[in-house]
Design a protein around this ligand. Sequence first.
Ligand code: MG
Length: 394
Amino acid sequence: MERAYSGFLNPYACNDRKSLGRAFQEDTPVYRNNYQRDRDRIIHSAAFRRLEYKTQVFVNHEGDLFRTRLTHSLEVAQIARSIARELGLHEDLAEAIALAHDLGHTPFGHAGQTALNQCMKDHGGFEHNLQSLRVVDSLEQKYADFSGLNLTFETREGILKHCSQNNAKKLGAIGERFLNKTQPSLEAQLTDLSDETAYNNHDVDDGLRYGLIKIEELLKIELFRKQYDIVTKRYSNLNDKTLIHEIIRRMINVMVIDLIDTSRSNIENTKLSTIDDVRQQTKPLMAFSQEMTEIKLELKQFLRSNLYRHYRVHRMSMKASAIISALFEAFMNDPRILPTDVFEQCIKLEKDQSEDDMARGIADYIAGMTDRYAIVEYERIFNPRQLSFVNLIP
Ligand code: MG
């Protein structure tokens, strides 16, 4: 028997029993609900396992304690679940969306995405959000009955956070809200803000650990300074590691509480009865307060100028961009250097295959690489000392 969701659900939450369904009709799951099934399929996907070796800000091999896309996604899921539970929204759905939200990211974080988008500029562009949807809709190939993971509409809706009007037109029901300017479910909205809450805070943590930013500089930032004052008043002799953790856990906490309180009052003021009422809104109901939005912006600006644009991060981004562009160009010039399975999967040398289709197949291959795989593939193609056939004796 299918298990109904055991938590409290408000009438305007997504309800697994009233899901808009899956593209391919399936039997109802046994002992779990439809959103749990979605989450489980995401966890068992190859794209999810690759997140372990993909950069968030720092390249994976630079240090074992830095966040990767995998640990980032787990932190987002933790925050999203807490908020969903408190607001009577569907915790399993929020978790599924959180775990899948970064599946379409290229290697090397945003530098990789920018480079691949540039390579694809004459072929429809590349956007990691759309790519996450592409991964769960078609690129994961291991089920006998369907391509992709055949997830419910609600999980797919949450994964597609942003989308251009042009792309939205090609996506059917899932793209409609970008054309009508309406909203997704509250679970989708809260996961998006949980993402931001997670990375703003863990980037401060990683930046301090890496020595790229300093506690003294962060004292200019209100969100940090307030918690610093509370912690240092209460504990006089903390070492830096404990001090930083005590501050950051409080920063996450005040952001989460602000988000819950503000969203709860938005929901109460709107008088929602069903999920349709949520989707009809022109503005998101899940939100931070005006005050939190401002102090959060101050932190974001600080991170942009001091961390994301730090010369050591910038050097890594430059290398990343060079690797992605070189791989793309080499594969486009001669697709025969692609591994056979990739070649057969994405390059169909029929007369009517457009260059755009070939470019998309290559972009899918590159986007699926982990940081280290991309580096090794680059070496294999461009380093003459990396011989493919070491036994070739003249
Ligand atoms: Mg993210």
